[in-house]
Design a protein around this ligand. Sequence first.
Ligand SMILES: Nc1ncnc2c1ncn2[C@@H]1O[C@H](COP(=O)(O)OP(=O)(O)O)[C@@H](O)[C@H]1O
Ligand SMILES: [Mg+2]
Length: 170
Amino acid sequence: MNSIEANASRVILCIRESEKENRLQFIVRDNGKGMSAEMIELALDPFVTSRKTRSVGMGLALLRQVASQCGGDVELTSAIGKGTQVSVTMELNHINRMPLGNCAVTLVNTMIGNLDVHFYYLHKTDSGLFRFDSFWLLAEMDRRGCQVHDLVDPAMEIIRNGLKRLKSQA
Ligand SMILES: Nc1ncnc2c1ncn2[C@@H]1O[C@H](COP(=O)(O)OP(=O)(O)O)[C@@H](O)[C@H]1O
Ligand SMILES: [Mg+2]
């Protein structure tokens, strides 16, 4: 949502989990408006936001707190006018680590709600690699002559099966 609010037209979501290394990493990279060096520093402070609807932005600051409680960290890199990358690491089996949740539902809803944004999802485990490109939705609408809502279930099925094949633990 931060990437979309930053007017990104491309968002890469990358999840890497390794049982061997006991490591979970997820990366969100966008080509949005970017952040100044000052904003990068402030964004990780729990009492800062550029939002007008709410005086306190907590997303990244909370994320940093959660990551450090799970033996990891948040790295924020950005360039004005170019884009932003948020990288989060955690210990995969850390007792404080919450599950990723329902990735298929989250991804499909995000993609379908923002069809003008190109999302590329990459998920890697010790067993292999799964990719899902939001262009699939556009191509499939064209091919089937259907509405995007008709693709919710098929898209979720593809992602669920992909993650099952990967033996995703996260
Ligand atoms: N991907 C991004 N691109 C540009 N600016 C960002 C991005 N992510 C966060 N920011 C900036 O950092 C601030 C803090 O983000 P966040 O912690 O998610 O809180 P919130 O979104 O509620 O403001 C945002 O208000 C925005 O100014
Ligand atoms: Mg936010």
